[in-house]
Design a protein around this ligand. Structure first.
Ligand code: NAI
Length: 286
């Protein structure tokens, strides 16, 4: 089983830029594809900003920052992925967007054993595999935010993923990237979001109903339960549009009311209040 020697990333937002950084820091050349040249430039700045912050904290040498950046190429042309050993799709959490990407990228990959993965939090992997024309070599690889810092990666083989794909991806994640993997079945939410999302949505409902201020809800969980961050601050960090999309997919699959996005979350997303990435969510950001 050959190691992964080239990685393609589709979508360079919060997650795609983090996964590109992690892969390049592991010494692997990366091609990052965004939807436009402008978005590709933004992804480049995001990665550079993250590396400079790591440098300031003494986590990486200045010379290495340059090497990591030099190993990533940024483009708006999907065809540039043709030679990759592994492509990780990290575009917005929207089923139609992802199905369209898998339909287009699947036949483009020139290597017989190339793997096409999704970082989706809740969209069925089996559906993405079915439209890709290479279902045996499609799988979920779910990183956590921020990807350069968080140790965990969930691996999600679908009903049609081959055992070879699963073990090559596990080796990539654990041995090449140095992350820790857990395996989950192909159900919306996997392990972590199945537990986390109802908790976050409950905090939004609590705030919406006027139980307490955002600060007091967050202080409650930080000081009372030892969480590193309160639920509303965590919603802002993840992105309210992403949380709404994950909750909606989980609700579609299980019809469990706790997964259903509350009206305040809908309104905030409709108003463009997406959290940290839009500079305003439950809290303001610079
Ligand atoms: P984001 O909104 O920060 O970034 C999405 C990026 O995808 C944007 O930059 C957008 O321009 C790009 N994009 C959209 N359509 C595209 C296309 N057709 N081709 C190329 N690029 C395209 O979203 P985020 O948070 O990075 O989420 C991405 C994926 O990662 C989603 O599936 C989400 O569920 C998953 N995820 C998110 C986490 C989080 O904490 N935000 C954690 C783990 C997974």
């Amino acid at each position: 089983m050959s190691p992964i020697e080239s990685v393609g990333i589709v979508g360079g937002g919060l997650m795609g830029s983090g996964i590109a950084e992690v892969s390049s820091r592991a010494g692997i050349p990366v091609t990052l594809v965004e939807i436009s040249a402008e978005a590709a430039d933004q992804a480049q700045s995001r990665i550079e900003g993250s590396l400079r912050r790591a440098e300031k904290r003494g986590k990486i040498e200045a010379a290495e920052v340059e090497d990591v950046l030099a190993r990533i190429s940024f483009t708006d042309a999907l065809e540039q992925l043709a030679q990759c050993d592994l492509v990780v799709e990290a575009a917005s959490e929207n089923e139609q967007v992802k199905l369209d990407l898998f339909r287009r990228i699947g036949p483009m990959l020139e290597k017989e054993d190339a793997i096409l993965a999704s970082n989706t939090s809740s969209i069925p992997i089996v559906k993405l595999g079915a439209v890709s024309g290479r279902a045996g070599r499609v799988m979920g690889i779910h990183f956590f935010n921020p990807a350069p810092v968080m140790k965990l990666v969930e691996l999600i083989p679908s009903l049609t993923t081959s055992p070879e794909t699963k073990s090559r991806v596990a080796t990539f994640v654990e041995d090449q990237l140095g992350k820790q993997a857990i395996e989950a079945t192909d159900r919306a939410g996997f392990v972590v979001n199945s537990l986390l999302v109802p908790y976050l949505l409950s905090a939004i409902r609590m705030y919406e109903a006027g139980y307490a201020s955002a600060e007091d809800i967050d202080h409650g969980m930080v000081l009372g339960c030892g969480h590193p961050m309160g639920p509303l601050a965590l919603c802002d960090l993840i992105g309210l549009d992403t949380i709404r999309a994950i909750g909606a997919s989980m609700y579609d699959e299980f019809k469990e009311p706790l997964y259903s996005p509350p009206p305040l979350l809908d309104r905030m997303v409709e108003a463009g209040l997406l959290g940290k990435k839009s500079a305003q969510g439950f809290y303001p950001y610079k």
